[in-house]
Design a protein. Structure first.
Ligand code: SF4
Length: 274
């Protein structure tokens, strides 16, 4: 419900404090500005910025904006403060970018869940106007947000999570099935031919080899033909679901033998120190 504008100028008359015409016009402008602001999505800022990374945007020098808030509760989430917080952040990310145009190529919007940033279109437009490439990290739950970003060429790369196989998919807070959203998100990326990757965070207590192969096949059936990235659970003291350390290693030769897509392994314990 839209309430009355907070400032209603009086035209004078009995008992009314008459305003001169210029004063009235100024007041009217303020009034409309306030009214319009009711329709504008609220601006949120990153709660943190990683100022420089060469690992998160393929072959580019990038920064990462970390936004609060998420619509999932993955048990392995190693950023519970970020996922659970609704704080709007205070960092002026646009001022940050203006100062770094000479040595940064790209911006990664991450979180939390970046597609929940209420003013994401305005944000991406502003970043694009500064000449940066934009990557979005997403849990795939908001294809309706991705579509206009794709249609308007506001993003350049997407890292899309496939969280669970379709037969064990999680539900979103509105009751919809995450897998259905993932499928739509991936189909959109393929339709718009946007560079992207599909990835899954893995922990043997959550997903076994058969689950993982099913998920890779699901992505392939939707049309994905790139490298499928498996990211090993990142252990910290405070994961959302208090996950225990893994008690076994994955059989990677089995995965490689049966996967319809090439697999990229990230952060696997057996590769550390190589
Ligand atoms: S891992 Fe990502 S999608 Fe899952 S709860 Fe954490 S921020 Fe949300």
């Amino acid at each position: 419900m839209i309430s009355d504008p907070p400032f209603a100028p009086s035209y004078g008359g009995e008992g009314g404090g008459a305003l001169s015409f210029p004063t009235f016009r100024a007041a009217q402008a303020v009034s409309w500005g306030l009214l319009l602001s009711l329709f504008m999505p609220p601006t949120v800022h990153p709660s943190d910025i990683t100022p420089l990374t060469f690992l998160d945007y393929p072959k580019k020098a990038a920064c990462i904006f970390w936004y609060n808030g998420c619509n999932l509760r993955c048990p392995y989430c190693y950023n519970p403060d970020l996922a659970l917080s609704q704080h709007r952040g205070v960092t002026d990310e646009i001022a940050f970018l203006k100062e770094r145009r000479s040595f940064l190529d790209a911006v990664v919007l991450s979180g939390g869940e970046a597609t929940l940033v209420p003013h994401i279109y305005e944000l991406c437009s502003q970043i694009k106007d500064l000449g940066y490439l934009i990557k979005i990290d997403t849990n795939g739950s908001n294809p309706q947000v991705l579509r206009p970003l794709l249609q308007n060429h506001l993003i350049d790369y997407v890292a899309l999570d496939h969280k669970m196989p379709s037969d064990r998919s999680w539900k979103l807070p509105d009751g919809s099935i995450l897998y259905d959203r993932f499928r739509k998100s991936l189909a959109l990326l393929l339709q718009y031919k946007l560079p992207h990757e599909v990835r899954t965070t893995v922990h043997p207590a959550l997903l076994d080899e058969a689950d993982i192969l099913r998920m890779i096949r699901e992505a392939a059936q939707i049309g994905y033909s790139g490298t499928y990235y498996l990211q090993f659970f990142f252990r910290t003291e405070h994961t959302l679901g208090h996950m225990s350390p893994p008690t076994r290693r994955y059989d990677r030769s089995l995965l490689d033998r049966h996967s319809p897509l090439p697999i990229g392994y990230r952060n696997f314990p057996e590769d550390r120190g190589r």
